[in-house]
Design a protein around this ligand. Sequence first.
Ligand code: ANZ
Ligand code: ZN
Length: 831
Amino acid sequence: MTSHYDHAQVQEFWQYVWERDDVYALDEDATDPTYVLGMFPYTSGTLHMGHIRNYAITDAYSRYRRMQGDDVLHPMGWDAFGLPAENAAVERKTDPESWTQACIRRMREELETMGFGYDWFREITTCEPEYYRWNQWLFNRLYEAGLVEYEAATVNWCPDCETVLADAQVAEQDDERVCWRCETPVGRRELDQWFFTITDYAEELYDGLDELEGWPEGVREIQRNWIGRQEGARISFDVSTDNDGGESGDGDGTIEVFSTRPETIFGATFLAVSPGHDLAQELAAEDDEVAEYVATVREQDPDEVGFAGVETDATAVHPLTGDELPVYVAGYVLEDVGTGAVMGVPGHNERDHSFALEHDLPIERVISPPDETEREGEDLIGEDDGTGADHHGDVDETAPYTGEGVLEGSDEYGGLETTTARERLVAAHDAFAEDVTYRLRDWLISRQRYWGTPIPVVHCDDCGHVLVPDEELPVELPEFVQTTGNPLDAAGEWTETTCPDCGGPARRETDTMDTFVDSSWYFLRFLSPHLEDAPFDTDLADDWMPIDVYVGGDEHAILHLLYTRFFTRALADLGLLERREPIRDLMSQGTVLYDGEKMSSSKGNVVAPEEYGAETTRLFVLSAAHPEQDFEWTANNVRGAYDLQQSLYRMATDFVERGDARLERREHDEYVAREIDRTIAAITDEYERFRFHRAATEIQELARLLRRYCEYDRPHGEIYRRGLLTLAAVIAPMAPHLGEELWNKLRGEGLVVVADWPQPDRDTSSYQRERRLIDRTLADVRDIVDVAAIDGPERVELVVAQVWKYRAAELVGEAGAEDTAERGVDVGSIA
Ligand code: ANZ
Ligand code: ZN
């Protein structure tokens, strides 16, 4: 009698059958399929444990939904462009295309070995022209909609390789930033770069987060912080740039600053504009010192800028006091934040304070902490430093006070709370306008690399930059050549082209797109993967979107998940989509740990899944913890998953081969029948909530019960068979090969993958309650036995009394019963 489950053979057989019967293909006429998606993998060569866990989750859930009768969309594809492939190719003396395709072959085989059920007809690969042409087509649409900008931006530059370096290509060496290739210190350079103006959507993207109820609050909060909504006001200052006798010194006008604390205005002692501000440019044209400073800052690393700056000939007029304030150009003021200009309030802002110290500017306190105002006559400045500095106005080197409080030395606003003063000032003065700004920056999509989507633009001396017309797409990548800089710059023939507008000679854009562009809309391509005249089918998208469940690592909380939201909204505004949010439920899976560290190939601690067989790995990763929890990979627990399979297989084999069953009913049969129904109800509930680990526990318990059932007496044939079939069905989403094998043994026909999800034969709600009561009683008994063993029998009476009181309270207050059941009795505190 062979009752050993030979996983390799079983896996291969059922994988063949699933493919033959095309069981994962989605019916094209489905009206509203359940869309279950795992973040598609970057084609790095092999799957790691994070991938396996990710895809085990989506696979189990999609199989469960299919058995519940849903149409299910569960596709897979490859995030195939990117710098690592270019590096790998250079290292292995091949080209990125061959390397990537080899990775895809290997990874696809691994996915198939694991038995993940994908609709492979929908497979997409982002590095193939039939995919990336749509990146280019979408670029054109975004461009036409005004969402693309071409602007100078500062980039890392290696003077030796004469190339732009991505941040990831800049290495840290003895506190210096050096080129990863030649170790030359890296400089900065201004280059024209392509941007998507995601900032146009900042407000929407921020507000929309409130409605994403199916997203973890943590991810929403990370996005909120990233978008960085700031309420405040714009304040206008009259500025005069008249310098004595200057010929072109008639550039009078106003500067607007943005401040989150407009009520600190009485403490403003200077104005500062960023080196990129119009006023700085204007002044630089006349003032060598300013020009020199502007030029140095531009070449500096952001962390070198510090609080240097240059005073200009311009002066600003304080809108409330009429005082004249000096105007500086300062690198700490960022060009693309707020208005690119600030009022300097050194008494209450850290950066302004540092600047004031460096340039000997007055530091004034105009806000005091709420509790200090009462203490009449006391020194109100800063944390008391014992210098005895008196009332505001004096230079004081203590830290600025950045909190809320009460205004002082602020004319008629003195004595008001900061929040009140803020509102009144903004309402009362024309120079103030309420404003909201966002910290979010535009999305720089230019990469000076080869392995990405060519940006579909041509540069013409006469016409400027011109879009490549849709009918000429895709602009395909030329053959790969290995050079120091961007291989596309070296592709002479490829770069030379003609201008689509005037027909004159022109140069192709050699920047490629950030690979995050590829992943910003791939979930839409899965709907109609072979469509030839559009990136996706709008009608289908309206029917099938959103993604019902999206599972992936939380390292994507910002970039990827923000870009997908941006793209979806932009596409909706282009009329290509109705929905404005792409993802209903989001799940961030936890990390798989090994000896306390993240299991990763870079740490060399990845346990290759094939070592254990697909089923063991799948069962283990799902049963170890809730999908959102981290867990430790341990040989023991892996063994547990393996043993469960063997045991279920043996039970089914023994039953089928011996058929040693009873026909007439006995008393205890009813209990077993009820337990089967109860288990079905409980497991259904766990699957609905992604609690595969608890479903696995239920499975184990039912299996144990059925084994005892057989040991006690010959089992009732029908009941026992129903128990085994139930196990086959409910384990199938997690362990599909085993599920098929058991199903087939017991029924001799049909596939569990397309079977109906089991239903209880009766109302199980009362069994659930009974079961909980039994569990609790058992737990109590166990605790009491422990106490007896440790503290001796004399404590038992006390503990029993406490437990009784606790349970009685629970029965009375029904509402809290569920929680307390999970917490159990803390015997430690009782004893
Ligand atoms: C005056 C002021 C007084 C400010 C005060 C703050 C406190 P945080 O600091 O992150 O909350 N700001 C505005 N535009 C800027 C730019 N382009 N570059 C650098 N800093 C800029 O951000 C809000 C504050 O950042 C703004 O409010 C402004 O300084 C500064 F007691 O204005 B505040
Ligand atoms: Zn032209």
